[in-house]
Structures are given as structure tokens and as C-alpha cells.
Ligand binder design. Sequence first.
Ligand SMILES: [Ca+2]
Length: 140
Amino acid sequence: MLASGGMAATAEAEENSASTVVDTGGIAAGMADCPAGNFCAWDNYNFSGGPGVWSGNASNYTRWAHSGCGLTSLWTWDNCASSVYNHGDHCNLTFYDGIEYTGAYYNLPRGSYLARLTQDKMSDGGNANDRISSHRWCTF
Ligand SMILES: [Ca+2]
């Protein structure tokens, strides 16, 4: 009896888990545009608008054009990202407010993503939205 009850509870938990995946299908769809081995950024929340895709370090986002970022970013990725995904194969990643890996930063573990950067604080306590100007792999 106990074992049977336990199994039922497990099956129910799996169903709940599956329905959660369905609810976030839109998010997963955007994230699927980020190929394995890369760090990706989108100019809107929930992985929409982009992505910018980087397999290596990027010391200065003004060198990476993206029309969706508009005039305030001079049509580059500088100070533009609103959601990000570390889809790297083997490393964590740090992104920075300043170019050349300077200023406030945020440590993003491998496999982690941030769907709405207004909700994530950088090292100076300010939120991370529209601030990223460089990133580097394997920093922590
Ligand atoms: Ca910045």
C-alpha cells in the first residue's frame, strides 16, 4: 500500500513537471535558437529579438551589430541585452557593464539563463538590463 501510494505521488509530480514545460513553451522556443556551445543574448525579455551568438569572448559589444537594439545602442549589442543564456559546453561566464571586462559584473553558470534582466542585480546592485558591454568565459 505504501509503495503503491509512493508511486502514484511520483507519477503526479511528473505530470506537474510536464505541464510546467508546456507553460514555458514560448521561452524554450527562443532559447532553442541558441546553439550549444555559445553564449546568447536577446534584445527583449523571454529570449525574443536576436539572438546574438558568441562562441568566444567579446571585449566590446559595440563591434557587434544588431539592428533591433536601436539608436541608443548605435545599432549594436552595447547596452542592449534583456535576456541571456549560457549554453556553453564546459564553462561559466561573466558579463560586464563596461567594455574590456570592466565595471559591474554578473556571474552566469553554465546552463543558466536569465529571462528578464531587470530582475537580476549586477555586482553594484543595479539591475542588469540594457547594460552588458562585454563578456568572458571561464572566469569563476
Ligand atoms: Ca554597459
